[in-house]
Design a protein around this ligand. Structure first.
Ligand code: SF4
Ligand code: F3S
Length: 106
């Protein structure tokens, strides 16, 4: 499956959800995750993310491995999102900032 990594936190552009053919994106307060049990590896979402926060599980950047389990865990807790919504007003300022994991809201 594909995995949403740290740079989505506080950016949450939601362009990704519109293209997913199996509706496997789940939404939390400031982050989205992919349900690994539903993702069919179609690859459509990866180029849609303006924050480059979506990777194949086998290719997540070094240091981001914990997001594989985090996507699986939070997908069970959060509701599905299928329609794009406005990104946070300060999304651009957070794009590319390291160390956002402690800011993840559940
Ligand atoms: Fe959905 Fe395809 Fe992205 Fe998986 S790879 S989350 S199926 S759009
Ligand atoms: Fe997050 Fe990128 Fe989707 S910032 S909400 S993974 S478009």
């Amino acid at each position: 499956p594909f995995v949403v990594i740290e740079n989505c936190i506080k950016c949450k552009y939601t362009d990704c959800v519109e293209v997913c053919p199996v509706d496997c994106f789940h939404e939390g307060p400031n982050f989205l995750v992919i349900d690994p049990e539903e993702c069919i590896d179609c690859t459509l979402c990866e180029p849609e993310c303006p924050a480059k926060a979506i990777y194949p599980e086998d290719d997540v950047p070094a240091g981001q491995e914990s997001f594989i389990a985090l996507n699986a865990e939070l997908a069970k807790a959060w509701p599905v999102l299928t329609e794009r919504k406005d990104a946070p007003a300060d999304a651009k300022e957070w794009d590319g900032k390291p160390g956002k994991l402690p800011l993840l809201e559940r």
